[in-house]
Design a binder for this molecule. Structure first.
Ligand code: MN
Length: 232
């Protein structure tokens, strides 16, 4: 094996409750507009033909509890509270009924977004990378294995900024369900362990500022937090 010319910053592994080892981050897929009320607040209608996706780099992932600077290139940095799922088995062209077998674990996640950039990109029909693939923007709380938790419809998904409720919904509002997303995405990718899927955010997204502390919860899962400091 030849050595690499230099060493990249280490990507953190996500803790899993009850496991000594962490879950390594491979690819990060994100579902867009998966709660009708959020699609509406963004001025969009829900496309019920098929889900759509964008991706975030694993290099831009961080763990819950961190403090990060307000990012450059935005004046409207938004939180999006989401349910994340972690793939644990290869899945390629799987029907819905088999999709559940591919899920290893679930956790709380944040999809932090340069909303001004994303809207500019969207309106110009350009890719969303500057809006979405932001440094430190994919935030993961510790995972709970699928054998110990399931995404029942009455589970509440909730986000507070400095103690004030901003997002409050249940998983019943998910338009594309977990098994539908996996089945659909597995038609385009050979899903494999290390792949993470963020399943979209409910209504109530909004801006954060330096000094803000975000706390997100989904019933039965470990909570997630993030603190923002002044821009560099
Ligand atoms: Mn999102």
């Amino acid at each position: 094996m030849s050595q690499t010319l230099f060493t990249l910053p280490k990507i953190p592994g996500i803790p899993v409750k009850g496991e000594a080892a962490t879950y390594p981050i491979g690819r990060i897929f994100c579902v867009g507009r998966n709660y009708a009320a959020h699609a509406a607040e963004m001025g969009n209608e829900v496309d019920r033909e098929a889900p759509f996706y964008f991706t975030k780099s694993a290099a831009n992932a961080i763990l819950s509890g961190e403090t990060v600077p307000y990012p450059p290139g935005t004046e409207n940095f938004h939180y999006e509270m989401e349910l994340a799922l972690a793939i644990g088995k290869p899945a390629f062209r799987v029907p819905r009924a088999q999709a559940w077998d591919a899920v290893y674990a679930y956790g709380c996640a944040l999809d932090m977004t340069r909303r001004d950039q994303q809207i500019r990109e969207r309106d110009k029909k350009r890719p969303w990378d500057l809006g979405k693939d932001v440094e430190d923007s994919a935030v993961f709380a510790p995972f709970t294995r699928a054998s110990e938790w399931s995404p029942e419809e009455d589970r509440r998904i909730h986000l507070e900024v400095n103690g004030e409720t901003k997002q409050d919904a249940t998983l019943a509002e998910l338009i594309w369900k977990i098994d539908e997303i996996i089945s659909h995405l597995s038609g385009f990718y050979h899903l494999r362990p290390g792949d993470l899927i963020l399943t979209g955010t409910p209504a109530g997204v909004g801006p954060v500022m330096a000094g803000d502390r975000l706390t997100g919860r989904i019933d039965g899962l470990d909570p997630i937090s993030l603190t923002l400091t002044e821009a560099e």
